[in-house]
Design a protein. Structure first.
Length: 476
């Protein structure tokens, strides 16, 4: 449902966040960029200058290259756009508007030359050898704007360091030649069964960017706002910050009353992340809340939901509640199965779909006789989604021959509104039956980030990190 630009793949990746970032193949010129070079002036404007590379011998070119990384500077980002803006990049807007405005796979500002990172996050962009060259890196609402003090070496490649090519860890991440950065506005509702707030830390987001709502109801000081579903008794995750934490302080706002209770509370965010609570807890997710979340997605919002947050798609089937969304309920078939998948369960990647193909190429997941797959490394996977309909893109699934008899879809995504044509859609929803943060914990007795592990990412965590960047971009 997106075009993923990975090596040897006709076809996304990063938040929540749809800055309308990306570049179609005709405009981007693939890895290596457009044939036109550029000159930069001190005021930030750029003009074409084909002569800048026309006198290079033996077909050599003046290029910039590098790898775009997640904020942790280790996880490569596929599908990010790298471009020379024609004028100073426009300030990104955040949240959703009053209408569904389908975005295009283009940079947020006009580009003189652009390219897209491959499955390994690598790019090569043909440029001029002018000093003070502006370069922008973005995917969704993640953005880094550079001004290269040193001119690229003429008729050769200039490799940019990771400090210049990584997505920002905070709004103060201005090292190297960076002039400015931007980040998506992310809302996270915590839960005892899946500490997704800890995964965001592993992805490299700085502690200073984690906060709760301000006293006046504003978004607070950081770009990641934490909420807790206080009415989900027994399922409520971490609901306060450690004393002396570098980011927010005090208690998190309540998820029902301050986040998903109405569309207005959701609207300021580019991405909403819903951590599994160990049950649907339908009492904290009334019909008005289901309507609000659907409206948010239908107006361009991005939603990632884990396990028992399947209530938003399938309705309150676990406890026999009445609430459901008529447009979303037919998208999948569900089970109330509570069995935990054992360690080493094989999760197959559906590489016939764009997102699955991108995930397989990016993660180099090659298990199960060479087929793209990975094994669960913690006893954390579940099996509630049995199947999806034709309007949904399966990304990973279970096969009974290698999954202990279990079958079903482990990861899937769909664009919204589902009642319109695919080209008219602007939002996106990803569902996961894989609990990714099982080496971390989230509960009311341990203030954040006390339960967060610092272990390297597991395979399932890497897969979910991929999807979190994947939904950052525009749908097709």
């Amino acid at each position: 449902m997106k075009i993923f630009r990975a090596v040897a793949i006709l076809a996304l990746l990063v938040s929540g966040f749809e800055a309308c970032g990306g570049g179609d193949d005709a405009a981007a010129g693939g890895d290596g960029g457009d044939a036109s070079a550029t000159d930069a002036s001190p005021d930030g404007t750029v003009t074409p200058n084909d002569a800048a590379t026309s006198d290079c011998p033996n077909g050599e070119k003046t290029t910039l290259s590098g790898t775009v990384f997640a904020p942790n500077r280790t996880l490569p980002i596929a599908g990010a756009i790298v471009y020379v803006p024609a004028s100073p990049p426009a300030t990104l807007s955040h949240g959703v508007g009053a209408s569904c405005d389908p975005c295009t796979l283009q940079p947020s500002s006009p580009a003189m030359v652009q390219t897209t990172t491959d499955a390994n996050g690598h790019f090569s962009l043909e440029v001029s050898s002018a000093a003070n060259l502006p370069v922008t890196i973005e995917i969704g609402k993640w953005q880094r704007n550079l001004r290269l003090a040193a001119a690229p070496t003429k008729c050769a490649d200039t490799a940019l360091p990771a400090v210049d090519t990584s997505l920002p860890s905070s709004m103060k991440d201005l090292g190297g030649d960076t002039e400015s950065v931007d980040m998506p506005r992310i809302a996270v509702s915590t839960g005892t069964a899946d500490a997704l707030e800890c995964l965001l830390r592993k992805m490299g987001i700085a502690d200073s960017e984690f906060s709760s709502l301000a006293a006046d109801g504003g978004l607070g000081s950081g770009h990641v706002t934490l909420f807790a579903d206080n009415g989900a008794v027994g399922g409520t995750g971490a609901n306060q910050f450690e004393v002396g934490f570098d980011g927010g302080a005090g208690n998190f706002a309540d998820s029902l009353t301050s986040l998903w209770g109405d569309a207005g509370s959701l609207a300021p965010f580019d991405l909403v992340v819903l951590s599994c609570e160990g049950g649907q807890f339908d009492g904290t997710k009334p019909q008005l809340a289901l309507d609000a979340l659907k409206s948010y997605a239908d107006h361009g919002g991005r939603v990632f939901m884990s396990h028992w947050h399947n209530i938003w798609i399938g309705g309150a089937f676990q406890a026999g509640g009445a609430q459901s969304e008529a447009d979303w309920t037919p998208l999948a078939t569900w089970s109330t199965n509570t069995t935990t998948l054992p360690d080493t369960t094989v999760v197959h990647i559906d590489d016939t779909a764009n997102e699955g193909a991108g995930l397989a190429a990016w993660g180099n997941f090659q298990l199960d006789g060479g087929a793209p797959a990975f094994s669960l490394t913690h006893a954390s996977g579940r099996n509630t989604c049995l199947s999806v309909d034709g309007g949904v893109t399966p990304v990973a699934y279970l096969d009974d021959a290698s999954s202990g008899g279990a079958t079903g879809v482990q990861l899937f995504e769909f664009t919204t509104p589902v009642t319109t044509t695919s080209t008219s859609r602007c939002g996106e929803v990803v569902f996961s039956d894989i609990h990714v943060s099982s080496d971390s914990s989230s509960n009311t007795g341990t203030p954040f980030p006390g339960g967060c592990s610092t272990n390297p990412m597991s395979d399932q965590e890497r897969a979910i990190a991929f999807m979190l960047f994947d939904i950052a971009r525009c749908g097709d």
